[in-house]
Ligand binder design. Structure first.
Ligand SMILES: NC(=O)c1ccc[n+]([C@@H]2O[C@H](COP(=O)([O-])OP(=O)(O)OC[C@H]3O[C@@H](n4cnc5c(N)ncnc54)[C@H](O)[C@@H]3O)[C@@H](O)[C@H]2O)c1
Ligand SMILES: [Zn+2]
Length: 708
């Protein structure tokens, strides 16, 4: 029920008025606070959608009570007061906001067109109005001043009248021309306007780098809420080096104060022509800008760009419609803070508020543990989201996200939704701070975080159901157990069909089970069984590599096999003993020890042996199922060999027991030189190291002597 003077007693009416007035005061204070966080600190506390809701509520109240609208109300102003940290720049042509339409349906485009036609006094019989439609980039507006084609100043929008001088940082942006091309160079005074933004991939990479820095103990660093704020923060830096290190981009979309045509400035009649000229002067102008005749074409544009939104490399929060004819723009003019000739037609917000119901830990296929927030379902970026990543333990603690908190969730493009921050107010009392579990929630094995690493990992690689597929693929690969035909698709089928839980189950597969799999003929099932059977005869080095112990690659596996000779010796070696092996440092040693400390991993190893997987054990037998003609020899590869790639040559040499080194020294036994061999060949000659070609290498591989 709504209260109006006619149906409510006057004191009730007065009370309602009083409540409105109080709410307006409250909203203004809130909006001022959030505008300050957003525009001055580049560190918003609430999502834009939330800010827009507060703004709309205030606008509605002001519409109902126009007598209480104050000139300093956030509804009457653009941006925020420029910061005193920068020199002020006066905008000769004010930098305004754009009227925003949050109704994402096509109707809004038609309504805009109808309004424009009405304001221009057009008749239904008049032709459609020409518009230019452009993406609305989510970055920050910048004015660039060019004097005779040379960039002399760059300014933020500030409060629309006075901006901040950010020439020092904007100069570092590669897409901002320092000198204009073509006839742009001759214009006495030219102000170009556009948006500085950060591409989504650049933003993700920047945040990943920040997370690494924080993990490495850099206390001063933080991650950024979204590309818009990362871009704004970079531009509004005092130190240009910081901005230069952040990957920023720039799109030009219009002009500000320009020398009139009569005094040597450019003459334009349409906005579209402005965009084309900007391009010839050397600016990036969006390829997505398009001319549209009439409201229907605008609605179609909104739909088309909306469909592309997730795949665009940058964030957009809507599209902008602009009347193309500049004389009409002039005629339509401005209201307080917005031109009448433009409209920002939004898309569903990419950031929303919701509540954390739980924090779960997920285990990825490589064993990495990721804390994930379970959320009260929320519509964000066009879909309903119920889970959002929290990346790692440090991130959860730094953001201090707890169960019961209200958080900002971001979903942009095809990047997985993430919790970007906790939003005030905090609940009273709060939940417990997050702790990473000490044991894998999937398999119960110990969870390990290595020094200098951001991630926690499950150490039960051979057994952990989360890591099954990865473990089997690794185990079966050519350089490990070499089970031919056991690829991605088949592993999926075996695991999903419940036939294989650990690698030991491979040796228990029967023909009947295999033949029942979809797309599996008897012949291929037989081939696979034969390949599995063949793999039972292996070497200790291959077997150790096949286990998938973190940091134990092929060559470490070989070193371990050579040093210990027997599997049990490796499994029981202490961290100190492991470090006796050349090239095995504390991290690798700890990783091997932890792996074999997991009872589940040991069980799988025992099952493999029980299934008949075997290798020659003991001194000298460690690595050889064939002769090792290059045992103890070090070779260096240089240049291009006629038939072998460098990888293939390396594999062959290592299979023959040799080592491949990166540089030539007195300890090098042979240098294998191909086409276009460089300084390594010179070095070999200088040191008198024997040099062989590919034929020579092949001879060495089979144990023949070669004369260099
Ligand atoms: N989260 C918060 O706390 C908070 C606080 C204050 C403001 N905000 C957000 O900031 C925005 C405030 O609106 P505003 O007044 O700055 O205007 P706006 O960002 O909605 O629209 C005007 C701006 O659009 C940009 N723009 C992008 N592409 C353009 C194009 N092709 N042509 C012309 N302009 C283009 C320009 O930078 C211009 O200044 C809202 O989205 C609001 O939610 C958020
Ligand atoms: Zn596990």
């Amino acid at each position: 029920m709504s209260l109006t003077p006619s149906d409510a007693p006057s004191d009730l009416w007065a009370a309602a008025e009083q409540a409105d007035r109080q709410r307006m005061e409250q909203l203004r204070a809130l909006l001022r606070h959030h505008a300050w966080r957003y525009y001055v600190l580049d560190d918003p506390e609430i999502p834009d959608a939330e800010y827009d809701r507060l703004m709309q509520e205030l606008q509605a109240l002001e519409a109902r009570h126009p007598q209480w609208v104050t000139p300093d109300s956030p509804t009457q102003r653009v941006g925020a007061q420029p910061s005193a940290a920068f020199a002020p720049v006066a905008h000769r042509v004010p930098m305004l906001s754009i009227r925003t339409e949050t109704d994402t349906s096509p109707q809004a485009a038609l309504a805009f067109d109808a309004r424009i036609r009405k304001e221009l006094g057009l008749q239904p019989s008049d032709p459609p109005v020409d518009y230019v439609a452009e993406p609305k980039f989510d970055g920050l507006a910048i004015a660039l001043h060019y004097e005779r084609g040379v960039l002399v100043r760059a300014a933020t929008r500030g409060d629309g009248v006075t901006g901040e001088d950010v020439t020092h940082t904007v100069r570092t942006i590669a897409q901002v021309p320092l000198r204009l091309l073509g006839d742009g160079a001759a214009i006495p005074w030219l102000e170009v306007r556009g948006e500085v933004y950060m591409r989504r991939d650049d933003f993700e990479a920047l945040n990943e780098r920040q997370r690494q820095r924080i993990a490495a103990g850099d206390k001063g660093e933080k991650t950024f809420v979204n590309p818009r704020n990362a871009a704004a923060g970079a531009v509004r830096q005092l130190d240009p080096a910081v901005a230069a290190a952040r990957p920023l981009s720039f799109y030009a979309y219009g002009l500000g104060d320009v020398t009139p045509a009569a005094q040597g400035g450019p003459a334009f009649t349409r906005h579209w022509d402005v965009l084309q000229a900007l391009r010839t002067w050397g600016f990036a102008v969006s390829e997505l800008a398009q001319r549209c005749a009439g409201g229907q074409a605008l609605a179609e544009y909104h739909r088309r760009i909306g469909q592309m939104r997730d795949t665009l490399p940058f964030d957009i929060d809507g599209v902008v419609y602009k009347v193309d004819r500049l004389d009409w723009q002039q005629q339509l003019g401005f209201v307080t803070r917005e031109p009448r000739w433009a409209l920002a037609h939004k898309y569903p917000a990419q950031e929303q508020l919701t509540r954390v119901l739980a924090i779960e830990v997920q285990v990825g296929r490589t064993g990495k543990l990721t804390p994930v927030a379970k959320l009260e379902p929320v519509f964000v970026g066009g879909v309903t989201v119920t889970n959002a990543t929290l990346h790692n333990e440090d991130e959860v603690l730094r953001k201090d996200v707890r169960v019961g908190d209200t958080v900002i969730v971001r979903r942009a493009g095809d990047v997985i939704p993430e919790v970007v921050a906790v939003a005030p107010p905090l609940p009273e009392p709060r939940g417990e701070p997050f702790r990473m579990p000490s044991h894998c929630p999937v398999c119960g094995s110990a969870v390990v975080r290595e020094p200098g690493e951001v991630d926690h990992r499950c150490s039960g690689g051979l057994f952990c159901p989360a890591q099954r597929k990865q473990a089997i693929l690794h185990f079966a690969q050519r350089r490990a157990m070499d089970i031919e035909g056991l690829g991605d698709k088949l592993v999926d089928q075996l695991v999903e069909g419940g036939l294989v839980r650990t690698v030991a189950d491979l040796y228990r597969l029967g023909l009947r089970q295999l033949a029942e799999l979809p797309r599996m003929a008897d012949k291929s099932a037989n081939n696979l069984l034969a390949a599995i059977e063949r793999s039972k005869t292996t070497t200790l080095a291959r077997f150790v590599f096949a286990l998938g112990i973190r940091h134990v690659g092929e060559s470490t596996a070989r070193d371990l096999a050579r040093h210990f000779g027997r599997l049990d010796a490796i499994m029981d070696a202490s961290v100190e003993q492991l470090q006796q092996v050349p090239d095995v440092g504390p991290v690798v040693a700890a990783s091997v020890r932890t792996f074999f400390d997991q009872p589940h991993n040991r069980e799988v190893v025992e099952q493999l042996r029980a299934c008949g997987v075997h290798w020659p054990e003991g001194e000298g037998a460690a690595t050889s199922d064939a002769a090792q003609p290059l045992a103890g020899k070090t070779l260096v590869l240089t240049g291009t060999l006629p038939t072998l790639t460098r990888d293939e040559a390396k594999t062959l040499i290592e299979a023959a027991g040799g080592k491949v080194a990166g540089s030539v020294s007195r300890k090098t036994d042979y240098v294998v030189a191909g086409e276009a061999a460089g300084s390594k060949l010179d070095k070999a000659r200088e040191l008198g190291v024997p040099v062989v070609d590919e034929a020579g290498l092949r001879a060495l591989l089979v144990g023949q002597a070669v004369s260099p």
